[in-house]
Design a protein. Structure first.
Length: 141
């Protein structure tokens, strides 16, 4: 009878370890979901605020560019007094150069960036793996 009780205890212990491992995996998945959700929420909030700021800045920029175009026509001695378009072409050329520089810098920034990753969940999973694989799990914590 003692052998049967031992086998039952071992089976219960194995079932308990399996249940706890499943619980750990579920908790790690929930932690990763929470981390990603938090990061995405912050990114969306930032994007909305940046969109509003961009809208107002664009309106101001259009007025500034219009004024600069008239200033370029007035300041640079173009042939003929009524050829206003040269001021607008001058400002457009400057904007194209600035746009090319900004595009180059943006491409470099996108290449250097990485997608958001659940760093805390990954670190916790590594600690759990070390604990499970260790000969002395009590020393890994």
């Amino acid at each position: 009878m003692a052998g049967t009780d031992e086998q039952t205890n071992i089976a219960q212990a194995i079932q308990e370890v399996s249940d706890r491992a499943q619980l750990l995996v579920r908790e790690e998945i929930e932690l990763a979901k929470a981390e990603i959700t938090e990061k995405v929420t912050k990114l969306v909030r930032g994007a909305v605020i940046a969109g509003a700021a961009g809208f107002f800045a664009l309106g101001a920029l259009l007025l500034i560019l219009h004024g600069l175009s008239w200033l370029a026509w007035w300041a640079i001695p173009f042939p003929g007094d009524t050829q206003y378009f040269w001021g607008f072409f001058t400002v457009a050329a400057v904007l194209l150069v600035l746009g090319a520089i900004a595009g180059f810098l943006a491409a470099r920034a996108f290449k250097a960036g990485s997608p958001p990753a659940p760093q805390m969940a990954i670190q916790e999973a590594k600690l759990i793996r070390e604990t499970v694989q260790s000969d002395h799990p009590e020393r890994t914590v």
